[in-house]
Design a protein around this ligand. Sequence first.
Ligand SMILES: Nc1ncnc2c1ncn2[C@@H]1O[C@H](COP(=O)(O)OP(=O)(O)O)[C@@H](O)[C@H]1O
Ligand SMILES: [Mg+2]
Length: 354
Amino acid sequence: MKKKKIVVIFGGRSSEYSVSLESAFSVLSHIDQEKYEIYMIGINQKGEWKHFEGDIDFIQNDTWDYKQLHSVYINPDVSKHCLIEIIDKEIEEIKVDAVLPILHGKNGEDGTVQGIVKMAGIPLIGCDILSSALCMDKYRAHQLVEMNGIKTPRAVYLENYQAYHMKKQDILSLHLPLYIKPLKAGSSLGISKIESFELLDEAVQHGFQYDDQMIIEEEIKGFEVGCAVMGIDDLFVGRVDEIELSDGFFDFKEKYSLQTSQIHMPARISQPLEEKIQETARRIYKILGCRVFARVDMFLTPDHEIVFNEVNTIPGFTAHSRYPHMMQGAGVDFQELLTRLIEMGIEDANTRTI
Ligand SMILES: Nc1ncnc2c1ncn2[C@@H]1O[C@H](COP(=O)(O)OP(=O)(O)O)[C@@H](O)[C@H]1O
Ligand SMILES: [Mg+2]
């Protein structure tokens, strides 16, 4: 049987560029090469799209971006279903079967790349435009989830910098400690935790370097739990994991070094509680319109209340990342997971007629 040609996109004009390289390296090392022919597209930090054909180690150590690489684009002309590679000023059309973006954060996980893929009529492996954009927006995702009866942290939304001054009283009425977060970011970049209002100004200034909107949230006591979800109508969930922090919060350094924190998979909770978290994750996934895969993050309070935190529509995919690990806990190894996601995305695109 002819192998399906799958485009894996990595890098991206995002503060999480380096995380994407790690995730992509791991996806590319685990994808079933017997079934799939891989076509790699790297997007560098300038936003240039290039066809990369070399050893995937160059991706991992960020030396993939040679001058000689050909430019490549997704052709938005839906009658073609192809990529356009520019070779010596000539255009070559390359037919492909699906696109799997392994991009984190802005310009990749936020509906932008998903829009280009949809426009081209090429099957997309992952969440579509709306759910990707919605899940990147921590405030609007919270509103929608809360409307459906699931708790979210008490928060003040800053739609721009002026709103910081206009809403000062609302902010001061929140209970410390607070989390000051850019509305659309990831990997904890731009996030500060403050225990005193004296540090508010500095934290807000810092956050605004990452996005032009912010959300200021009360701290949820307890710990963060995550649930890996895959599927379209019938959802399959992984085991629930738990983040044990010894200090501070799960910031960028901790996420990628785990120096003082630990991830327990499965979480050290009872089975009924795990099932309740899985059920809540399924509901959140559906409320936000997620498709194919996403990781739903929540907090579990000491009273066993579940509070929504966020959905990562393209969660970390390194071999030690939480999403593949949770799926492995439920009996699906990394290679099998990727095969299931790819086949599900292709089948979904091919059965949708409108
Ligand atoms: N309201 C909150 N209560 C407690 N901890 C929080 C809260 N918001 C964020 N955190 C901590 O900050 C981390 C990063 O916040 P999160 O909203 O998940 O942003 P990111 O998209 O960068 O992962 C979380 O993993 C958690 O440790
Ligand atoms: Mg998070």
